[in-house]
Design a protein around this ligand. Structure first.
Ligand code: GLA
Length: 736
């Protein structure tokens, strides 16, 4: 891994053993892009890849020169209005109203390791040798605003991380109207675009279309990354599939309003951008101040989409998730939400916990309803003091009982960013919510959004949460966020800074997370926003796991987890077995299939175990044992998607250990079908020469299993147990 610089051509070449990212300083001092993809040999100059040609209807920066035009250059940090007409990476509005910026190369430095971004989540290195960073400073000479771009190449991950700082070194304030974290100009448009979209309870379903001329984008303007679109994009060659072909992935490490966009011009080049959504954004930057944009990651795989997912899984698992929980086994948990909703008292919780402990479950999580006057979702949010009517000794007493009487660890739900009007907090500080002057604010689920752009508000919430944590025995926190933001106006900022509030809000969320994770490093955080409404890499930096979706139906979960797996590792996806008929869509699936689906995530239960039959309870007991035996393999091995539930009446996926001696496969037949054909499931990632034993099936070579396949269903007349929503787990073990 290295960053090469060639003085004469002014080419910078970032590479590891598999990828190259090459950029150059253009004739006018702006940054040009030359190449990103499979590793290339280093050479003095790749500038021949740049176009300089006479074309009608172009504009040219140099008098007498009709060949150089930014419109026809692939660029790294493009600006609009000085011969390029595409959407720019940055837009600065000066006091005089001008929006023209001229970011010219000023200096560079190359160093080992990678930068941390103050107040923002980022990937990181643990020792300097893991990555190398190229930092380029561009300067606009009229305003003296500088742009510091960082490009990091990793030794072990086929990805480039980018970030940008804007420093106002001038004497006049400016407005930043747009700042993209990553811009990548590709020299053609022959790609499929795959986005991950949905809504509450059906998050991150892949949607594909051929990249077409014009602008296509996914965005959030909801104040959180959202259920609707995930800040992740795949571009793949149309012939690429899960196993082969060229694929790019773009992931933004940010939890607020975002945009990921492709602009395909009529010459067939594609400009990919990602960053803070410029809609409703502007930042007032005074002289001497710096603005830092979030980090963006672009990854490249020549081994199809499974290859791409492998890169993101490894990078995020190893160098985004932090703290003691990064490498520790995640506890099997039971959460009382679907078991009791708001209808509980201490004894009911203790009963469930005792039963759960006897099934081997390790962590009891108390969900919503334990604080203030919260007995339904119309009241109480904001008052983080235990309700002594239901918990006589508070959370301190309950958590002690859970640990001492029930032998389990204790976890607790908070929704720190919100307030109900019926609460002591709102009565005391009605001015703490986001609200436009002289206007009413919309509610969502009867709740209002606290102004997290204000330090005093974040300080208050920190103190009230810390007080509960300090007096109790809390090992886990579920951090919820159950509505999108409206009327995003803060009373404490002047008019020219109101465009900052969405971003400042997220910085406040990160600040609170940072304080809590620093002060209480032993606590495992799970992020949640009505399920998967903030399932993004920004959250993962603070909360190693996220509640993937409020939808716990096994069949829907197959799709949700399958879609989520394109970017996010299995150890980030909270997945629970719940009761039937399912509470979201009334479907009844076998307990085994609910288990076989949730197994490929961070496993838990969401049900009242005291109400199960003995047979069901015994089944759960053996499920928990199984999880404990295989969770390390599932959470640290390499994941492969085999059959998509979006395209078939069946689904399959598998995880293979690093040394390839062990693997686990999940196969799911969604609806039963009559007189179906004889099926072979082609496995992936195994060692061709190893002999794998599969219980109940036989011994097969890796080559057989990957090329001929594993026979999974018997001819129908022999299989009398088959019904809808059937599934099977196959364990593969080899001696090497
Ligand atoms: C959200 C979460 C649920 C549960 C409820 C509690 O919907 O996603 O898991 O915590 O809030 O109100």
């Amino acid at each position: 891994m290295a960053v090469y610089f060639h003085g004469e051509s002014r080419n910078f070449h970032l590479s590891n053993d598999r990828i190259s990212y090459i950029l150059t300083v253009l004739r006018n001092g702006h940054l040009g892009h030359l190449y990103f993809g499979k590793k290339l040999p280093d050479r003095e100059s790749y500038n021949y890849l740049l176009e300089e040609a006479l074309r009608p209807m172009t504009s040219n920066p140099y008098e007498g020169d009709r060949k150089f035009s930014l419109e026809h250059c692939l660029q790294e940090f493009p600006v609009y209005g000085s011969s390029d007409y595409r959407e720019p990476a940055v837009e600065i509005r000066e006091g005089n109203g001008s929006r023209i910026t001229d970011p010219r190369f000023d200096s560079y430095r190359i160093y080992s390791g990678k930068p941390r971004l103050e107040g923002l989540p980022t990937t990181y290195t643990e020792c300097p040798g893991e990555a190398e960073t190229l930092e380029i400073t561009l300067r606009d000479s009229v305003t003296n605003v500088c742009f510091i771009l960082s490009f990091t190449v990793f030794m072990d991950y086929d990805a480039v991380a980018r970030s940008c700082k804007i420093c106002n070194n001038g004497t006049e304030p400016v407005h930043i109207e747009r700042i993209m974290s990553f811009t990548l100009d590709l020299d053609d448009n022959y790609y499929d675009w795959i986005q991950f979209s949905g809504a509450w309870a059906r998050e991150r379903f892949p949607e594909k279309h051929r990249l077409h001329t014009g602008i296509q984008s996914i965005t959030s303007a909801r104040g959180h990354s959202g259920h609707m679109h995930n800040p992740f994009l795949i571009l793949k060659r149309p012939s690429a599939d899960e196993y082969q072909g060229e694929v790019f992935g773009f992931s933004l490490i940010y939890s607020g309003n975002f945009i990921i966009q492709a602009e395909v011009d009529t010459y067939g080049t594609s400009r990919i951008q990602m960053g803070i959504n410029p809609f409703q954004f502007s930042w007032f930057l005074k002289p001497g101040e710096t603005f830092t944009a979030p980090e963006g990651i672009a990854a490249y795989s020549s081994k199809g989409m499974n290859g791409l997912s492998g890169i993101f899984h490894q990078l995020y698992r190893e160098r985004l998730i932090r703290g003691i929980w990064r490498d520790k086994e995640r506890p099997v948990l039971i959460n009382n939400w679907e078991a009791t909703y708001f209808d509980f008292d201490e004894e009911r919780l203790i009963d469930i916990a005792k039963k759960a402990h006897s099934a081997g479950i390790e962590l009891f999580v108390l969900d919503d309803g334990w604080f203030g006057c919260r007995r339904d979702d119309t009241q109480g949010l904001g008052d983080w003091t235990p309700n002594k009517n239901i918990l006589p000794d508070g959370i301190a007493g309950l958590s002690r009982r859970i640990e001492e009487e029930c032998g389990m660890k204790f976890g607790l739900w908070f929704e720190p960013e919100m307030v109900n009007k019926k609460s002591v907090l709102y009565e005391t500080h009605p001015d703490w919510i986001l609200q436009a002057p002289y206007r009413k604010s919309c509610h969502g689920r009867h709740q209002y959004v606290l102004d997290f752009s204000r330090k005093d508000v974040v300080d208050y919430i920190y103190s009230s949460m810390a007080a509960v944590i300090k007096e109790s025995r809390i090992s886990y926190i579920k951090w919820d966020m159950n509505r999108s933001i409206t009327e995003c106006y803060s009373k404490v900022y002047p008019p020219e800074q109101q465009g900052e509030i969405f971003h400042r809000y997220i910085l406040g969320v990160y600040d609170l997370y940072d304080r809590l994770t620093t002060e209480f490093p032993h606590i495992l955080f799970e992020s949640c926003a009505s399920g998967g409404g903030r399932f993004d890499p920004g959250m993962m930096f603070y909360a190693p796991q996220g509640w993937t979706s409020d939808d716990t139906d096994a069949v829907e979960r197959l799709k949700i987890q399958y879609g989520t797996s394109y970017c996010y590792p299995l150890n980030s996806m909270g997945a629970h077995v719940s009761i039937i008929p399912n509470h979201q869509l009334n479907r009844s699936t076998p307990l085994s299939t609910r288990f076989n689906t949730a197994l490929f995530g961070v496993f838990g239960y969401e049900m009242d175990l005291t109400r199960l039959s003995d047979r069901e309870f015994m089944e759960i007991k053996s499920q928990v044992e199984f999880v404990k035996e295989y969770r390390t393999l599932i959470h640290s091995g390499t994941f492969y998607r085999l059959l998509s539930p979006f395209e078939n009446n069946e689904a399959a996926w598998m995880v293979v250990s690093h040394d390839k001696t062990e693997a686990i496969t999940g196969y799911y037949k969604i609806l039963n079908d009559v007189n179906a054909g004889f099926k072979r499931l082609k496995l992936a990632g195994l060692d061709e020469s190893f002999q794998y034993t599969i219980e109940g099936k036989g011994i097969f070579s890796g080559a057989e299993l990957m090329s001929a396949g594993l026979v999974i269903n018997n001819p129908p007349e022999q299989d009398k147990t088959a019904s809808d929503f059937r599934s099977e787990i196959f364990l593969l073990k080899s001696q090497k």
